[in-house]
Design a protein around this ligand. Structure first.
Ligand SMILES: Cc1cc2nc3c(=O)[nH]c(=O)nc-3n(C[C@H](O)[C@H](O)[C@H](O)COP(=O)(O)OP(=O)(O)OC[C@H]3O[C@@H](n4cnc5c(N)ncnc54)[C@H](O)[C@@H]3O)c2cc1C
Length: 403
């Protein structure tokens, strides 16, 4: 006979969205902590394809939870360059790094340990197969047992089973991404070829030259580290907004961008993974089940999803906390609350920007935009893209000993 275990809150997936939901919930409703169960199919530290770029809002959300991400290895980026074919604008923040780059295996492992330290159980190596919301609860089938709960949070990423189970056939917007790791510019074989390399060492580059060719996104070149060794992380992001155009293979712009700086894509292993991006039409819940993070949809302009997943966690936790207080698990107001929140506002703004920016794909427009509109991009990014984390609903201050 199959084993059955019962819980109040089930979190399906232990990435930033699921772990943030647990941390926020434990802070809002400490007595719920022992009644939360996270099911994660992998074992930490588990690989996750991601460039690991944290915007300031991710750090703000973590700080509100009493967490300091500088505890784990990271690389701080002084300036981000947004360019069209090598020329464009620079974004930097006074007195702080513009981006902090982490490795996702280390970041998620660190966050999972913080969750466990707060008395929340994480079952690793358990794959969720099916989710059935019922009037009186949720039944979740895993490869190991049947788990029941009052509510479940689908935080199982872009390929997750929750969305497919609860919203079969719902439209999704999927971006495609490729990523590679290389030595840094100071590696002997590289620096001999490219003298400008050393200047690029501490900066992050986003180049939108591929948009006129139908790849509605950009190539990136970030500093990173692997086991303490400085490395570069390169990749290409395509929203698929121009999927009806004739497009080169996704690898092509990455090959060209890397070659321009003395790197050879063919010498490194290329990996790919999709991202679901946010659209105001995306459904976010059904009675008894909420979605968070990539399972709902993250930033369409850049595919920035870590801070967004952490933000969804804050809102999902608040919704669950209220649902237990009211005894109403319909979650009918979740989507409107997300849209009205600071997170929803930045997602709506980024969705509108992506629709405009990537539909106006002509080379003259992209060149003009990235090379001549710097002051508008700089000012609007500080209002529309950044600084939303501190406007999320307030949390109680953690008590001593809770950290
Ligand atoms: C190539 C690439 C580069 C990126 N670079 C950046 C970047 O620099 N900065 C940034 O902010 N964002 C970046 N992103 C986006 C970011 O990685 C995601 O938005 C973010 O990981 C979303 O977090 P999540 O918790 O929703 O999902 P995930 O991080 O995908 O976590 C989902 C978790 O659910 C688990 N899971 C899945 N299915 C099951 C199942 N059936 N049963 C149990 N567990 C399951 C998975 O193992 C995983 O641990 C990048 C993405 C890609 C693909």
């Amino acid at each position: 006979m199959e084993r059955v275990s019962k819980h109040d809150v089930l979190i399906l997936g232990g990435g930033p969205a699921g772990l943030s939901t647990a941390l926020h919930l434990a802070q809002l409703e400490p007595e719920l902590a022992p009644r939360i169960l996270i099911l994660e199919k992998a074992h930490y530290p588990r690989p996750k394809l991601c460039a690991g770029g944290l915007l300031a809002d991710a750090e703000v959300i973590l700080q509100r939870l009493g967490l300091d991400v500088s505890e784990i290895p990271h690389v701080d980026v002084e300036a981000a360059h947004l360019e069209f074919a090598g020329k464009g604008l620079t974004i930097s923040l006074p007195d702080r790094h513009t981006l902090r780059i982490v490795r996702r295996d280390e970041f998620d492992n660190w966050l999972a340990k913080k969750v466990a330290a707060r008395g929340i159980e994480i079952r690793e190596g358990v794959t969720v197969r099916d989710i059935q919301p019922r009037e009186d609860g949720v039944i979740v089938e895993t490869d190991d047992e049947i788990v029941t709960a009052q509510v479940a949070v689908g935080a199982d990423g872009s390929n997750g089973v929750t969305r497919r189970s609860i919203l079969p056939g719902a439209p999704v917007h999927t971006a495609r991404l490729l990523e590679v790791l290389t030595p840094t510019y100071s590696a002997p074989e590289i620096s001999e070829i490219v003298k400008e390399g050393k200047e690029r060492e501490k900066a992050a580059y986003f180049d939108f030259f591929c948009v006129p060719r139908g790849i509605a996104g950009y190539t990136w070149d970030f500093p990173t580290q692997l086991n303490g060794q400085p490395m570069r992380c390169w990749g290409v992001y395509d929203t698929n907004i121009l999927a009806n155009m004739q497009r080169p293979p996704l690898k092509q712009p990455l090959i060209e961008e890397m070659a321009r700086h003395g790197f050879d894509l063919n010498k490194v292993e290329v990996k790919g993974h999709p991202i679901r991006w946010f659209s105001p039409n995306n459904q976010m819940s059904v009675p008894r089940v909420l979605l968070a993070g990539d399972a709902v949809g993250v930033d369409p302009v850049f595919g920035e999803g870590i801070s967004i997943a952490l933000g969804y966690g804050a809102l999902a936790a608040r919704e669950i906390s209220e649902s237990f207080r009211r005894g109403d698990f319909s979650f009918r107001r979740y989507k409107s609350r997300v849209l009205q929140s600071a997170l929803g506002q930045t997602l709506l703004a980024r969705w509108a920007i992506a629709q405009i920016l990537y539909h106006l794909y002509w080379p003259w427009f992209q060149k003009f935009f990235w090379r001549s509109m710097g002051w508008i991009i700089n000012a609007s990014s500080k209002v529309l893209v950044l600084n939303w984390g501190k406007r999320l609903p307030a949390l109680h201050t953690p008590k001593a000993g809770q950290l």
